[in-house]
Design a protein around this ligand. Sequence first.
Ligand SMILES: O=C(O)CCC(=O)C(=O)O
Length: 281
Amino acid sequence: MDVDGDSGARAAAAAAKAQLKSEGWCVLPDVLDAARASGVLGRLWAAAEEFARRGGDTYMPVLDPNPSNVRVFHLLELDPIFRDLIQHPTAVEMVREVLGPQFLISNFTANIARPGSQSMALHSDQSLVTPEPWAHPWAVNIIWCLTDVTFENGATLFIPGSHHWRTRADVPRDADRRLRPFEAKAGSIVVMEGRLWHTSGANITADEDRALMFGYYTVPFLRPQVNWNAALSAETVATLSPQMHDWLGLGVTANSSLAMDLRYLADQFEDRRTPETASPG
Ligand SMILES: O=C(O)CCC(=O)C(=O)O
């Protein structure tokens, strides 16, 4: 979908944004065409091999019950195609819809659920990086669908309305029975705000992979999940635009927010001045 395109596309984008605001998620179809989605999938498999060649483990027992889930971390370091996708204009537009104009790229990973894969823990991504209460959306995932995603092949399962849960005590005992799949065509993105509780689905097909990539963005005052200064090589950093430097928090002043009022005292309270309190001259 071209968010800036014709009026039909604009109406669909507006509806998606309204749904994101009220329900905490939306699906935008056709962000990548079928050929591009399949091309990115090929690059993802190559990246998985390269990740393993560099000593990374694609099976993470702390996350997944068995090795049928293939995890790939540090995508931004592995192939420039992922550096393009993390700053795709549609993705950035949806991120800003949730987080406002300023944000950081916190992580970019993939999870290929192969036949036999099982669900990880139920969680919200915001609960992984901030303490309770979760009052505002401070994180958002852009989930790239590189294959068609169905309940059967392991679609991410989410709980409608769970973005309103403010503490762990709000998670109901029957949460596992409330799960619903995010189903979408290859080339879609699913936008999921950080407070929506979810898990990976089980892939119960005989021979179908489900390949998703998770671009994770947060408000700028949260420490990113990945320390990009450690994760990215000098060669990769040299390819990045000033904008990407900012979004990855690479600069010396990255930890200083500009969203503050540092006017001098006299200017901050100028409107309260009366002729008597105004300085002479
Ligand atoms: O793969 C999925 O469907 C969900 C993955 C996820 O939520 C995670 O890795 O935190």
